[in-house]
Design a protein around this ligand. Structure first.
Ligand SMILES: NC(=O)c1ccc[n+]([C@@H]2O[C@H](COP(=O)([O-])OP(=O)(O)OC[C@H]3O[C@@H](n4cnc5c(N)ncnc54)[C@H](OP(=O)(O)O)[C@@H]3O)[C@@H](O)[C@H]2O)c1
Length: 182
């Protein structure tokens, strides 16, 4: 059954990006270099659609411009971008949504074809958690302490109780799944 999943790589001290939205996890390695390729492919295969915050989109665009191929997630399904502003370069593969987060999640979930909807962006994930729209959290704990940066969740996310589902070593990361208690 389709689930709404917040899927993140995160430093051990709770940051999903470093200062200035840096996605440097160490040694110049991309995320795909840290995670077992089979796990990476299995999670991508279980994903039917993505709902992406504008800052996440802009960081991805910047990384691609600086180093083509650096955004290398093996996903090719429908993408929905939450933003109040048009893209400088319109992308036919992405649909722009704006407004109520519940409506956005429902629209993206309907396009996921029975697979999971992945939520990308701390602000967007926070809105989804606050509204009780998230079913599962999947975290790849990266072997680094970043000290500063973008936190997993914003301060306006209130207490959310989780049920542990699994914890496994995947490459150089620890992959942890939680179900959100509702
Ligand atoms: N480590 C990981 O696995 C991972 C995964 C994803 C992202 N990240 C990182 O997380 C950072 C981005 O997260 P973030 O919290 O800063 O931002 P975000 O959630 O990606 O984007 C927030 C922006 O999305 C737009 N937005 C959000 N809700 C909206 C709504 N309901 N209607 C219309 N527009 C809406 C707004 O942009 P506008 O008003 O400007 O349009 C808002 O400022 C980046 O550094 C990214 O690299 C890390």
């Amino acid at each position: 059954m389709s689930k709404v999943v917040v899927n993140r790589c995160m430093s051990l001290d709770g940051f999903i990006a470093g200062p200035g939205h840096s996605m440097d996890w160490g040694g110049g390695r991309s995320l795909a270099d840290f995670v077992d390729p089979d796990d990476f492919a299995a999670v991508a295969a279980a994903t039917g659609a993505m709902l992406i915050g504008r800052r996440t989109w802009d960081v991805g665009e910047r990384m691609q411009a600086e180093e083509p191929g650096s955004v290398d997630y093996p996903f090719s399904g429908p993408m929905f971008l939450l933003t109040h502003r048009p893209l400088d370069r319109p992308d036919p593969d992405v649909r722009i949504l704006s407004g109520d987060i519940g409506d956005a999640v429902a629209t993206a979930l309907a396009a996921a074809g029975g697979k999971d909807l992945e939520i990308l962006g701390a602000d967007v994930a926070g809105q989804c958690l606050q509204r009780g729209l998230v079913d599962e959290i999947l975290v790849y704990v990266m072997p680094v302490l970043l000290g500063d940066g973008i936190r997993f969740s914003s301060p306006d996310v209130t207490r959310t109780d989780l049920e542990p589902v699994s914890s496994t070593r995947s490459g150089d990361t620890t992959m942890i799944r939680f179900r959100v208690r509702k």
